[in-house]
Design a protein around this ligand. Structure first.
Ligand code: ADP
Ligand code: MG
Length: 333
């Protein structure tokens, strides 16, 4: 048995790494695809990889992993929110940067986790509801407001999802803070406004059929909610990143030039992200956030008062085994 350990004390309160296994879908049951992932406890899981020995006897190679949180197929978005994301919320009322990533192959459940649907709202809305109640309670003072922005990174370029996919450029100001010039920001007075913003942004994002927009698995979508006071001074911020499909990072040898280019960009940004997260985990002084647009615009998430959670989403099926192991190894620290 191969054993992978993933426990570190140092960065533990700044970064938490979680894994979410999605249920087997109806079409997978129909295709007799097997569930090979056993989420046996709230912190451990095993992948049973089917193998064939030299004497042609089939056997299972078991890969065991340990994470800060493991969510099995019965866990709801609410469960994920409470255990993985809620612990970040106080940080954004204390001037900090909270960040939540959804990582994984296309179809593993990233958007289900982040966005959810009408019946099961995802982390965006669950966090917003908590933020609105905290503001209303007055626990962190009066006159606080929530400002929302929604944009995507495709091939190393930023596009505003709240303004016709207008191209944007990040800049560092005099105090080395990274800002995105011209980014549309909307005040969300309640969660209904956020729902509208998300619907609008998603409709802009998914108009891929026109040939102008990339398929959403090839871009990173970023939703930010910032707390500001009556004088428009920024307090804290939470960023949610629905990452590009991790399997796209392997497209670097594709025959199509555009696909290859996209794959190379995705590969670079996911590697940079991994290195930045590792440097938080090890309390390292040097964080290589300049290595990609994604990590550069999230600079605040890696330095200073910040809290991060990574949710690695995995498919349970045998067909997805290789991608699942890649995701778990990526998330493994
Ligand atoms: P990704 O964004 O990673 O490509 P999606 O979130 O779109 O994947 O999920 C793929 C499909 O699986 C969708 O139809 C989604 O509704 C479904 N799905 C994903 N996770 C879950 C879950 N935990 N429970 C029920 N359905 C899920
Ligand atoms: Mg998606």
């Amino acid at each position: 048995m191969k054993r992978h350990k993933s426990s570190s004390k140092r960065g533990e309160d700044r970064i938490r790494v979680c894994v979410r296994k999605r249920p087997v879908m109806k079409r997978e049951v129909k295709a007799s695809d097997k569930d090979i992932v056993d989420a046996e406890s709230t912190t451990t899981l095993t992948v049973n990889e089917p193998k064939v020995a030299v004497d042609l006897k089939p056997y299972l190679l078991q890969h065991e992993f340990r994470f800060d949180e493991v969510f099995d197929e019965n866990c709801t978005n609410d469960d994920v929110y409470v255990r993985a994301t809620r612990p970040l919320i106080s940080c954004l009322f204390e001037g900090g940067s909270a960040t939540c990533f959804a990582y994984g192959q296309t179809g593993a459940g990233k958007t289900h986790t982040m966005m959810g649907n009408k019946d099961t709202p995802g982390l965006y809305l669950l966090a917003a509801n908590d933020i609105f109640s905290l503001i209303q309670s007055g626990k962190y003072g009066r006159g606080l407001h929530v400002w929302v922005s929604f944009f995507e990174i495709y091939c190393g370029q930023l596009f505003d999802l709240l303004n016709k996919r207008n191209r944007l450029h990040p800049r560092e100001d005099g105090s080395h803070r990274v800002c995105i010039a011209g980014l549309t920001e909307t005040e969300a007075v309640d969660s209904n406004v956020l729902v509208e913003v998300l619907e609008y942004g998603n409709s802009v994002r998914s108009k891929g059929a026109t040939g102008v927009n990339p398929d959403s698995s090839r871009s990173h979508a970023i939703l930010q909610m910032e707390i500001r006071d009556d004088n428009d001074h920024r307090n804290g911020r939470i960023s949610f990143i629905d990452l590009a499909g991790s399997e796209r990072a392997a497209d670097v040898t594709d025959t199509d030039k555009q696909t290859r280019l996209e794959g190379a960009e995705i590969n670079q940004s996911l590697l940079a992200l991994k290195e930045c997260i590792r440097s938080i985990d090890q309390d390292s002084r040097h964080t290589p956030f300049r290595q990609s647009k994604l990590t550069h615009i999230l600079k605040d998430s890696f330095v200073g008062n910040s809290k991060t959670c990574m949710i690695a989403n995995i498919s349970p099926t045998q067909t997805a085994c290789e991608n699942t192991l890649n995701t778990l190894r990526y998330a493994d620290r």
